[in-house]
Structures are given as C-alpha cells and as structure tokens.
Design a binder for this molecule. Structure first.
Ligand SMILES: [Zn+2]
Length: 127
C-alpha cells in the first residue's frame, strides 16, 4: 500500500485516504488545490480590481475588455505561483480567509455596477 504525507499534520497516511486518521482533516486533490488558488487570486483585491475595470468601461468599452484580459492573465500567473510555492494547508487557510472579505466586497461592487448603469442611462437620455 502506498503512503503519502497528510497535507495538514505531516503524518504518514495512505494515498487513498480522504480523511487523515491523525488530525481528521480532509485531504485535497490537486484539482481542488488549483481551483482554491485561482479563487484566492480572484478574491484578493476584488474591490480594487472591479473598480479599475468599471472605470475602464466608463471610459471606453474596449478599455474595459482590455482590463479584464490583463486581470485574467495576471490572475493565472499568480495562481500558478501560489500552487508551486505554497503548501496545501496554507492554500486552504488563505482560501477560507479571502472568502470572508470577498462577499462584502462583492456587495459593494454590485452597487458600483448599478451606479455605472444609472450613469449610462442618464447620459443617453440627455441627448
Ligand atoms: Zn493529518
């Protein structure tokens, strides 16, 4: 039977084990760790990134699209470096932490989007 190390307590466990018998924590597969890393990057500075993208959209629609493309490329590079440089338990910890502040920032961003839509509706009705 093949053994591996627990992602949290570093004890030897079976590769098939989903839950560590020593610390009772769920083990994550590579795809789960990858998607958590992408989410961490997405959640981090979400408000600032969304505000910059919105400002670009207000200036010109193509500037908004370029801002989204640039943000996506940077996010992919950052997520890759998190996966290669951080141990799994730290990625899980960061993911849980960043998730909390994300929902508050998401509400603010939705309000900003509504304001931008109102701005465009008013602007087009002025003509
Ligand atoms: Zn463990």
């Amino acid at each position: 039977m093949d053994n591996t190390k627990c992602q949290f307590c570093d004890e030897d466990i079976s590769v098939q084990a989903r839950i560590c018998p020593h610390c009772q924590k769920t083990q994550y597969v590579a795809e789960e760790i990858n998607s958590m890393a992408y989410n961490i990057v997405f959640y981090q500075y979400f408000l600032i990134k969304a505000a910059i993208i919105l400002v670009c959209f207000v200036l010109a629609w193509w500037a908004g699209l370029i801002a989204i493309a640039v943000a996506t490329i940077i996010s992919l590079i950052m997520a890759n470096s998190i996966v290669t440089n951080y141990p799994p338990f730290l990625i899980v910890e960061l993911f849980e932490k960043s998730k909390k502040s994300f929902y508050i920032e998401l509400v603010i961003v939705l309000v900003l989007i509504v304001l931008v839509i109102i701005y465009f509706v008013k602007k087009s009705s002025d003509i």
